[in-house]
Design a protein around this ligand. Structure first.
Ligand SMILES: Cc1cc2nc3c(=O)[nH]c(=O)nc-3n(C[C@H](O)[C@H](O)[C@H](O)COP(=O)(O)O)c2cc1C
Length: 197
């Protein structure tokens, strides 16, 4: 668990407002933070993709999303340096984060997340052909087997990515002057500084 070591009162408030918005992003499907961009280096190349924000642990600063275990964003390794990008037009707030990603597969974490996953979302994991594979017709990946086996097959393709965030760059735009801060989450301590936007 992190201890908050931010001394400046205004900066501490800014940090708290960020935490509040992130929690809303998980719960509210229409919140701008419900989707974020996950960036990683795959085979030496930078890659970005949109994912759904599934869970937020503000004590350990861990951000979860779900993905197909066969997808290229994770098959190339675990424990890698990644970036996250959130933007809310409503609150004119951009969050750029850095962290370390960990992939969970067929463990207690994935089982718990699976139990909270809606049927509609589970459907994506029944695809018979792995993401990114070339197919002849655009729907050739759809599952057409035994409906009773669907759930079991889908869970085999399901994984949870947990990103341990270690750095946040927050920029809030305002007519009377933008504000920007950076926060380091190191050695279980959160420290922060205002920086020029
Ligand atoms: C609105 C939206 C939400 C998405 N949510 C997810 C998600 O939660 N998990 C996921 O793996 N892919 C999600 N995708 C698809 C990814 O952006 C991406 O296309 C896919 O995961 C393959 O990425 P990869 O080839 O880098 O592994 C979403 C796409 C869109 C447009």
């Amino acid at each position: 668990m992190y201890t908050n070591d931010i001394k400046n009162i205004e900066l501490k408030k800014f940090y708290s407002s960020i935490i509040t918005e992130l929690h809303k992003g998980v719960i509210k499907g229409k919140h701008p933070f419900h989707l974020f961009v996950y960036g990683s280096i795959e085979n030496g190349n930078p890659e970005n993709r949109t994912v759904v924000f599934r869970k937020f642990d503000d004590l350990e600063f861990i951000i979860n999303f779900h993905t197909d275990y066969r997808s290229s964003k994770i098959v190339n390794g675990n424990e890698k340096n990644v970036s996250l990008l959130f933007y809310s037009k409503e609150s004119s707030l951009q969050l750029r984060m850095k962290g370390i990603s960990n992939v969970h597969y067929n463990d207690e974490i994935t089982k718990e997340s699976w139990s909270r996953t809606k049927e509609m979302s589970k459907e994506c994991y029944t695809n018979t052909i792995k993401p990114g594979e070339v197919i002849e017709n655009n729907k050739d990946y759809l599952y057409s087997g035994d409906p009773d086996k669907k759930d079991e097959i889908a869970f085999k393709n399901f994984s949870v990515v947990r990103v341990h965030v270690n750095y946040i760059d927050a920029l809030k735009l305002a007519h009377d002057g933008h504000i920007r801060a950076k926060f380091d989450l190191i050695d279980k301590k959160i420290t922060g500084n205002w920086v020029s936007p």
